[in-house]
Write a protein that binds this ligand. Structure first.
Ligand SMILES: Cc1ncc(COP(=O)(O)O)c(C=O)c1O
Length: 459
C-alpha cells in the first residue's frame, strides 16, 4: 500500500456538505497525534456550566465550521474527560488499548460497515469471528460456539440472560406462576440486577463462602429451594475484588439442575489468556454463555464486549428480528444482529482483531501476565510497607488495602488530592462493610515500584 497523495485525498465538494477535504485531514491528524501522545492525568471532568461558558454556542443554524468545532473539542471538551489509559489511572476498571487497536478503530469508523448482517458486513464479521474464535479456544468450548460483539458488559449480560430465560421458557413449557428467578451472589456486577429488572425476573441471592466466592454447595441449596431459577450468573473476576467463583463446582450443579450458567468475565475474562491464573477458571468450559470486555483488559478501545454462546442457535431463536422488510435476509449465514438485543451495529470487534493479528496472541498473554505481576508486586509492597494493610491476596489484578486509622473522610480526601495532583487515581470502595482502597491493574506499563512510592503519601 502506498501513502495517499494530496490529490488522492481531494474529493469533489459535496452538493450539501461542501468541501470537507481539509477537515478530514485535520481530524485524522488530530487522531493520529492522540494515538501517539502521552496521556494527561490532569484531564478531568468540569461542571457543565463551565463547559458551556468555555465552549460557547456550538450548534447553530449555520454551523461554526469544522476547524472551530475541532478547536473546541481539543481545548475544552477533550481535556474535560479522564485519560482512561493513563498508567496510573487505577480506578474502577480503567483501559489500556494498544495503539494498533486504537488506530484501527479509525479505520473501522471510516469503513462504516453495517455489521448486523453477513450480507453487508461479511468480511468484517469474518474477522470479528476470528477474534471470537481465539476467546472460544481459551474457554475450551467447542468450535460450534459463537457470538458477536456488543457495546459492553451490561448489554452482553442482558442479551445472554434473555437467551437463557427464553430457552428455559421453551424447555420448561412456559413461565412459572410466580415468575422467573436468576441466582447470583452479592458480588455479581450491578448490571446483573439491571438485566433482572429489564427481564422482570427476581434475583435470588446465593450466600458466598468466607473467600467471597460462589460455591457449588451453596448453589445447590438455593436451587433445591428455588425451582424457578432459569440461570445462574457466576463471576470470572468480580469488579470489586477480582474474585473468580468456583466455576467447576458451580457448572456441575447447574448441569445437575438443568439451569443455564452464564459467566460474567467482563473484567476478569482476560485472565483466561494468562497461564499463571488459568487454573482458577477451570469449569468455565461447561458454561452456556460468557462475556468479556476487550475494552477493559484485552487492550481494545471502547466500546467492545465479546458475547459468546455455547449453542448460538439458542440465541438466534430469541434475538432474530422478523418483519416484512427483513423477509429477504439470509438466515443461513452468520448474522450478528440475531445473537443479541440489537439490529444495527458497528463492527466493534475489528480493533481487537487487528491488534491480535498485529501483535499475536503470545503478546496478549505477556500483557495480561504483566498486570497480574504488577498487582502481586504492589500487594507484596503494601504487605511489607508497615503503614498499610493488604486486605487479601489478589486473585487477578485488583488489590484492596487499608490505611489503618483512616476514616472514610480521610480516604476520600486522600483520593481526591491524588486525583487533583495527577499522581494516581485510586478510589475507595466498600469491602465487607468497611471503607478500603482499591487498585485495578490492566495496563502493562504501570510500574509497581512507582505505585508503592505513590502510596507513601498515605503515611
Ligand atoms: C464484572 C463486570 N460485569 C459487567 C460490567 C459492565 O460492563 P460495561 O461497563 O462494559 O457495561 C462490569 C464493568 O465494570 C464488570 O466489571
Amino acid at each position: 500500500m502506498t501513502a495517499p497523495s494530496d490529490d488522492d485525498l481531494h474529493v469533489e465538494p459535496h452538493p450539501i456538505w461542501g468541501d470537507e477535504s481539509a477537515l478530514v485531514e485535520i481530524a485524522v491528524n488530530w487522531a493520529a497525534q492522540r494515538v501517539v501522545r502521552h496521556t494527561d492525568p490532569l484531564s478531568t471532568a468540569r461542571p457543565a456550566s463551565e463547559l458551556a461558558t468555555a465552549a460557547g454556542l456550538t450548534i447553530t443554524p449555520k454551523g461554526i465550521g469544522g476547524e472551530e468545532a475541532l478547536r473546541v473539542f481539543d481545548e475544552v471538551f477533550e481535556p474535560a474527560t479522564r485519560s482512561q489509559d493513563d498508567p496510573y489511572n487505577l480506578a474502577y476498571v480503567p483501559a489500556a488499548p494498544t495503539r494498533a487497536a486504537v488506530a484501527f478503530d479509525l479505520v473501522t469508523s471510516s469503513a462504516n460497515i453495517f455489521g448486523g448482517l453477513w450480507e453487508s458486513g461479511a468480511g468484517a464479521i469474518f474477522a470479528e469471528n476470528e477474534a471470537l474464535a481465539w476467546i472460544i479456544g481459551l474457554l475450551g468450548w467447542p468450535e460450534t460456539a459463537g457470538g458477536c460483539f456488543v457495546s459492553g458488559g451490561t448489554s452482553g449480560n442482558l442479551s445472554a440472560l434473555m437467551t437463557a430465560r427464553e430457552t428455559a421458557k421453551t424447555r420448561r413449557g412456559g413461565r412459572p406462576v410466580g415468575g422467573w428467578q436468576l441466582a447470583c451472589t452479592e458480588n455479581a456486577h450491578s448490571s446483573i440486577h439491571s438485566a433482572a429488572r429489564a427481564l422482570d425476573v427476581d434475583v435470588v441471592d446465593v450466600p458466598v463462602d468466607d473467600r467471597g466466592h460462589l460455591t457449588g454447595p451453596a448453589l445447590r441449596q438455593v436451587l433445591e429451594a428455588s425451582p424457578d431459577v432459569f440461570a445462574v450468573v457466576a463471576s470470572a473476576g468480580t469488579t470489586n475484588e477480582g474474585l473468580i467463583d468456583d466455576l467447576a463446582d458451580v457448572a456441575s450443579v447447574c448441569r445437575e439442575f438443568g439451569v443455564w450458567l452464564h459467566v460474567d468475565g467482563a473484567y476478569g475474562g482476560a485472565g483466561l489468556a494468562a497461564p499463571s491464573v488459568r487454573a482458577r477458571f477451570d469449569g468455565i468450559e461447561l458454561a452456556d454463555s460468557f462475556i468479556v470486555d476487550p475494552h477493559k483488559w484485552l487492550f481494545a478501545p471502547y466500546d467492545c464486549c465479546a458475547l459468546i454462546y455455547r449453542e448460538p442457535q439458542l440465541a438466534r431463536a430469541v434475538h432474530a428480528q422478523h418483519a416484512s422488510y427483513l423477509d429477504h435476509v439470509d438466515r443461513e449465514v452468520w448474522n450478528p444482529s440475531e445473537l443479541a438485543l440489537h439490529l444495527s451495529r458497528r463492527v466493534r470487534g475489528l480493533p481487537l482483531w487487528f491488534s491480535l493479528a498485529t501483535h499475536g496472541t503470545d503478546r496478549y498473554t505477556d500483557a495480561v501476565e504483566a498486570s497480574i505481576a504488577t498487582a502481586r508486586a504492589v500487594a507484596a509492597g503494601i504487605a511489607a510497607s508497615g503503614h498499610l494493610r493488604l486486605v487479601r491476596e489478589p486473585e487477578l489484578s485488583v488489590v484492596l488495602f487499608e490505611r489503618p486509622g483512616f476514616s472514610d473522610e480521610e480516604y476520600s480526601a486522600w483520593s481526591h488530592e491524588q486525583a487533583v495532583s495527577g499522581s494516581i487515581l485510586c478510589v475507595p470502595t466498600t469491602w465487607r462493610g468497611r471503607c478500603v482502597l482499591r487498585l485495578a491493574f490492566v495496563n502493562p506499563v504501570t510500574d509497581p515500584v512507582r505505585v508503592i512510592q505513590l502510596l507513601e503519601s498515605l503515611r
